[in-house]
Structures are given as structure tokens and as C-alpha cells.
Design a protein around this ligand. Structure first.
Ligand SMILES: [Zn+2]
Length: 309
């Protein structure tokens, strides 16, 4: 599983690295080499297929190594974050034991840090909402401003991740912001697929509360934009954000004892992770006696057909 993820990451350096326009290399995420008029940027090491070197700051290695250097992480933590960045299933983290004497202090510091981060995130959502109409990204994806507004979506032209606001060498990018709760959101680059979508705050399920109130079939999808498209078409939908959130959904349904009016429609991605998550969710729903249909349909095809009409 991890092997597959690494293969994918190695095959797609462009998702992480920023391509330099002129000289064919990538901009060094550690020192910025390659972003100006001169500078060679990060280049593949001769004879290797996925290891790079920056001749300015001397960082070398694969995407994971560069990410670790950029964010000052150990490689294990870097793998977790890079997988998340690439939208891949994040390998299960093995937590190190913290010595007892340090535990209290560090968890306190952690909570102060988390609180500050939560405030930044909540603030980002408000700022973004005020700038929604400065982007046509939603319109291009077939989402009206009215729908985007209803879900507090927005736009930030120069976005950086809330945890990286004070860091050097972080390149801002234009992002649409889709809140998944009042304290979390997904930031998606308007520069399609050049920069991966990133999450801020604790991952939450987009529009989950509709399950309490909807009188329709609620469609369960992975992507927030897929959910917005379905909503735009007049239906109700929630987005898991990632297949790993399937447990969250199951726990929430169980905890709140949710009884949807009509059967749910499960429409996760047709890849392996999507199908595994569908099976897991289906089992849990059967167990809770919640009715559902499982459908595999390509939303892309639907979108194209809708455009054609
Ligand atoms: Zn460098």
C-alpha cells in the first residue's frame, strides 16, 4: 500500500514541486532556487528516476526528502503529510511514547497552538467568503454563486496553509475555500491540479448535518466539488473528503442515531480505495438498518452530458 503511494508520488513530482517556466527544473521548495530570472532550480540527479538535487542549498533526495527539508520534519512525518497532500491514503501513524514528565507541558503547548490555528481557520473562512465573487472557478465547475454562498464557500487569492503562515519560502497560491465545518476547510487551487488540494483544521465531512434534516435521497461522495455539483442540481449530498473519513461517518450516524428519510446513495470513487470504503460503509449501514443504494457512475460523464444539454 505504502509502496504504491510512493510510486505514485515519485511518478508525479509536479504535484509537489513548482515547475519553473524557463529552464525546465523545479523551484526548490527549501531555498526558492529557480523561481527568479536565474538559478537552475531542482534537477533530477543524472541516471536516477526520482531523486533530485538543488545546487544552491544542496538539498537532495526524492519528494519526501525535499518536503521533510522544507517543513523540517523527519521522513516518517513527511511521508504522512505528503500522502495527504497527494490525496493518497495516509499510512497509519505509529505514535512515539512521550516521556511522562514532558507529557503535560507539551499537550498544553499543543492546545494553545491548536486554538490559535482554529482561529486562523475560522478567520480564513470569513475572509474567503467576502471574496467569493473574485473568482470564476465555481462558475467554471458549474456551481452558481448562490450555491457557493449557501455553503460559505469563498476565495483567497494569496493563500498559504494556516500552519505555515510564518514560515519562509512558502509560495502563496490562489485557492477556493470550501468549509467542512466552522473550524475546517478544503483549499483547492484554482490553477487546476498544479498544486494539490489541502485541508486545514480537523478533517470533517462536508454538509454532514443534512443527514439529519433531508427529505431526499442524500448522495454520499468523496469530493466536495462533486457534492456541490449534486446540490446545484437540486439534490442533497455530503462529501467524505477522503475515504479514510468513512469511519467518522459511521461513528457519527451511530452516535446521533440518524435515520435518513430515504435510502442513501453511495457514490464513492470507482478506484480501489473508494470501493473498499463503500464496502465498509455498506456493512455498517446494513448493521444499523439504514437503507442505501450503491451506485457507480462517473460524475465527470454526468457533468459533460449536462454541459452538452
Ligand atoms: Zn535549494
Amino acid at each position: 500500500m505504502l509502496r504504491d503511494s510512493l510510486d505514485y508520488i515519485h511518478a508525479h513530482p509536479e504535484i509537489y514541486f513548482k515547475q519553473e517556466a524557463k529552464k525546465g527544473g523545479y523551484v526548490c521548495p527549501v531555498c526558492g532556487n529557480g523561481s527568479g530570472e536565474d538559478g537552475t532550480g531542482v534537477k533530477l540527479i543524472k541516471g536516477q528516476s526520482f531523486r533530485y538535487k538543488c545546487f544552491k542549498c544542496d538539498t537532495s533526495g526524492d519528494v519526501i526528502n525535499f518536503y521533510a527539508a522544507e517543513h523540517q520534519l523527519d521522513n516518517r512525518e513527511a511521508i504522512l503529510q505528503v500522502c495527504a497532500l497527494y490525496g493518497l491514503e495516509v499510512p497509519k501513524k505509529k505514535f512515539k511514547k512521550i516521556p511522562r514528565t514532558h507529557k503535560h507541558i507539551s499537550s498544553n503547548a499543543e492546545s494553545v497552538k491548536n486554538q490559535a490555528e482554529t482561529e486562523i481557520i475560522a478567520n480564513d473562512i470569513i475572509i474567503a467568503a467576502n471574496h467569493l465573487r473574485e473568482t470564476d472557478y465555481f462558475a467554471k465547475r458549474g456551481i452558481s454563486y448562490e450555491t457557493a454562498e449557501r455553503y460559505n464557500c469563498g476565495y483567497i487569492e494569496q493563500w498559504t496553509h494556516p500552519t505555515k503562515r510564518n514560515a519562509n519560502n512558502i509560495f502563496p497560491s490562489p485557492r477556493v475555500i470550501i468549509p467542512t465545518s466552522s473550524e475546517s476547510y478544503v483549499a483547492r487551487s484554482t490553477d487546476d491540479n498544479k498544486v494539490p488540494k489541502m485541508k486545514a483544521g480537523t478533517t470533517s465531512i462536508f454538509n454532514i448535518s443534512v443527514l439529519k434534516s433531508s427529505s431526499q435521497h442524500v448522495v454520499v461522495v468523496e469530493g466536495e466539488f462533486d457534492a456541490l455539483s449534486i446540490i446545484e442540481a437540486g439534490n442533497d449530498a455530503i462529501a467524505l473528503g477522503s475515504t479514510s473519513n468513512v469511519d467518522k461517518l459511521i461513528d457519527w450516524l451511530r452516535e446521533k442515531n440518524i435515520r435518513p428519510h430515504l435510502p442513501l446513495i453511495l457514490n464513492l470513487d470507482a478506484d480501489e480505495a473508494g470501493q473498499k470504503a463503500t464496502d465498509k460503509l455498506a456493512d455498517a449501514l446494513l448493521n444499523m438498518r439504514i437503507q442505501f443504494y450503491s451506485v457507480i457512475l462517473s460524475l465527470k460523464a454526468v457533468r459533460i452530458r449536462m454541459k452538452a444539454l
